[in-house]
Design a protein around this ligand. Structure first.
Ligand code: ADP
Ligand code: MG
Length: 232
């Protein structure tokens, strides 16, 4: 089966205002991503990895150039259309988990489904499945402060995956985890990628994450220095 292209990036430039002048974080990026990729932006701190993910995730807009994600042109979306794109089609995983501390594991994972108006019965089925994928079933009533970092990140992955999005964006997802937990969550994400063909895009400088990537895009000073496909 031909893999369909879900992200096209042409001549992407991103500038941030800096005092009276500007700082150019991305200096002309051209890339394509297909459904089912397990890819990452790698490179030193400040090279533009997070800026790339934020624009692909419609959390920020290009200064110039074209970025199209699942047929949506990122620079020309209204705030509402961008919110709808994120809510329906994108999952986000952050270094700091971003869970609701006062809500249970179940409620945290259910949250994206409430925004999408699924029925109570559908939500229960979907949350139960997502907890099974991540081995969280016995933590159903726990709250994030009672969990380890690795467990918190598994909840965040379940929350990102529960609606079966086309694309999951993960920014330094292992930054707060030890080696064992890092490998654990990477194996889970790899398995979900293979099972559902969910595209995963990482921003990372962690060698453990990099060892799982099937495509490695090295950013240096806002440009693509290398774009390698790893066959395994
Ligand atoms: P990375 O994730 O690779 O560490 P970032 O994408 O966060 O890099 O940042 C790339 C560059 O852009 C850095 O020099 C950073 O300071 C700058 N930058 C990022 N966001 C902003 C912002 N909102 N305002 C000004 N400069 C920014
Ligand atoms: Mg970053």
């Amino acid at each position: 089966m031909e893999d369909s292209v879900i992200i096209t990036i042409d001549g992407l430039v991103k500038k941030f205002p800096m005092g009276k002048s500007e700082f150019t974080a991305l200096k002309g990026i051209d890339l394509r991503f297909s459904q089912g990729e397990f890819a990452g932006f790698v490179g030193p701190s400040g090279s533009g990895k997070t800026t790339m993910l934020n624009i692909i995730g419609s959390l920020d807009i290009p200064s110039s150039g074209q970025v199209t994600v699942l047929d949506h042109s990122i620079g020309s979306l209204t705030q509402k259309d961008a919110a709808n794109l994120r809510k329906r089609n994108l999952g986000f995983i952050f270094q700091s988990y971003n869970l609701f501390a006062v809500h249970t594991v179940y409620e945290n994972i259910e949250f994206p489904l409430l925004l999408l108006n699924y029925s109570a019965a559908e939500r229960k089925k979907m949350v139960t499945e997502a907890m099974e994928w991540l081995g969280l079933t016995d933590k159903i009533k726990s709250k994030p402060p009672q969990l380890s970092g690795g467990e918190c990140q598994r909840v965040a992955i379940a929350r990102a995956m529960v609606k079966r999005p086309s694309l999951v964006l993960a920014d330094e997802p292992t930054a707060n985890l030890d080696a064992a937990n890092s490998h654990n969550i990477l194996k889970s994400m790899e398995q979900l990628n293979r099972e559902f063909r969910t595209t995963f895009l990482f921003a990372t400088h962690d060698d453990k994450v990099i060892s799982y990537l099937r495509r490695k895009i090295s950013l240096e000073d806002g440009r693509v220095a290398k774009d390698e496909t790893i066959s395994n």
